[in-house]
Design a protein around this ligand. Structure first.
Ligand SMILES: *Cc1c(COP(=O)(O)O)cnc(C)c1O
Length: 412
């Protein structure tokens, strides 16, 4: 990492960046929405492109001097369309939440009805939570998951017929099973709704062909670029050609001003990386690692919501251990593992306490963890849960985590 200039100009920020790098190097990152992007992506994001205003779209800008910016943004759009087999891509959304907001704006008027997955069942804030714009300005009905950790498609169908939504959203922040996009489209067609597939979490798996694609089923596909896709922090909207104008207008001038062209360059680089054979291998390893972690935890006598995972993540169900998600996420931090607390279906605890912990493998897979490493991680997690009050035992577990980190160096 080159920090020569910032060290001179702002030593406090330089020091915090260096400490953050050490933290990333020395902890096992199991937050399912995180990843470690490539140095190539970071170079694009740290480039002179940050200096440029480029409101509008390629060749139709409100500012002059955009000839190179246009090259970059068009490459990002073309790569997104090719990778996900969609007709049109808008690569300007600053984040996944803003990508979703633009789809709401392009397809509905305030007060219109949406059917989406409930937040406490694995949905996302921006799919209709009452504390988010989506829940404040739209009429939201929600579906959940059953005790097997699966979407009950018959229930979704009933809710759709009962509530006649304008937009149905599928895609989640915490769902460990394959999503049946075809079935969602059938349901949407039955009630005359449009379908939005938010693939923020699984984009890398979809790009690699290891999760069915929503292309051909969802009229709108949104994603983040920084999760399993391993790009910079940001969002993308893809849609059928027919909706291109509406989407572009909703992003700008609807919700955003100038696009972040340095981040768009990072997205372009990440999309190119994701089209390579090595990325397919990477994505396959993410799933193998998730299955090895889940099996390791089950072998240690722990419960996983819905049993074996089918993708990159799982929720550890702590109800039988008598411990809470909040406490155990803090204990895991002590042993060098970062993860977040999460509700389980019908959670007896509040969303601030929870009975679950969400675990995902995209980040550790990037640094080279394989199945045997994941089995050791499962043992460390199980050990930390059973010895959560024993500081000596926790210190020993911390050393085992460190050993795994040293065996798989990051950014060296
Ligand atoms: C992470 C996520 C988002 C939002 O991403 P941000 O970039 O944090 O706004 C949207 N939808 C789903 C399903 C997500 O998991």
């Amino acid at each position: 990492m080159h920090l020569e200039h910032i060290k001179k100009v702002d030593p406090q920020i330089a020091e915090a960046i260096e400490e953050e790098l050490e933290r990333q190097r020395n902890t096992i990152e199991l937050i399912a929405s995180e990843n470690c992007t490539s140095q190539a992506v970071m170079e694009a994001c740290g480039s002179v492109l940050t200096n440029k205003y480029a409101e509008g779209k390629p060749h139709k800008r409100y500012y002059n001097g955009c000839e190179y910016i246009d090259v970059i943004e068009e490459l990002a759009q073309k790569r997104a369309c090719e990778l996900f087999h969609m007709g049109h891509a808008n690569v300007q959304p600053h984040s996944g939440a803003q990508a979703n907001m633009a789809v709401f704006m392009a397809t509905m008027k305030p007060g219109d009805r949406v059917l989406s997955m409930d937040l406490s069942n694995g949905g996302h804030l921006s799919h209709g939570s009452p504390v988010n714009f989506s829940g404040m300005y739209f009429d939201v009905k929600s579906y959940g998951i059953n005790e097997n950790g699966e979407i009950d498609y018959e229930n979704v169908r009933q809710l759709a017929h009962e509530h006649k939504p304008k937009l149905i959203i599928c895609g989640a922040s915490n769902y460990s099973k394959i999503i049946d996009f075809k079935k969602f489209r059938e349901i949407a067609d039955e009630v005359g709704a449009l379908l939005l597939a938010d693939i923020a979490h699984i984009a890398g798996l979809v790009a690699a062909g290891l999760h069915p694609s929503p292309a051909g089923y969802a009229q709108f596909v949104t994603t983040t670029t920084h999760k399993s896709l391993r790009g910079p922090r940001g969002g993308i909207i893809m849609c059928d050609e027919k909706y291109a104008k509406d989407i572009d207008k909703a992003v700008f001038p609807g919700m955003q001003g100038g696009p972040l062209e340095h981040i768009i360059a990072g997205k372009a680089v990440a999309l190119l990386e994701a089209s390579k054979p090595e990325f397919k291998e990477y994505a396959a390893q993410i799933i193998k690692n998730a299955k090895a972690l889940a099996q390791g935890l089950i072998d240690e006598g722990l419960d996983i919501v819905g049993g074996m995972t089918e993708n990159h993540l799982m929720t550890l169900d702590l109800r039988r251990t008598g411990k809470t998600g909040k406490d155990m996420a803090n204990v895991l931090e002590k042993v060098g593992i970062t993860a977040n607390k999460n509700t389980v279906p019908n959670d007896p605890q509040s969303p601030f306490v929870t009975s679950g912990i969400r675990l995902g493998t995209p980040a550790v897979t990037t640094r080279g963890f394989k199945e045997n490493d994941m089995r050791e991680v499962a043992k460390i997690i199980a050990g930390a849960i059973s010895a959560s009050d024993d500081e000596t035992a926790l210190e020993n577990l911390r050393q085992r985590s460190l050993k795994l980190c040293k065996a798989h160096p990051l950014y060296e």
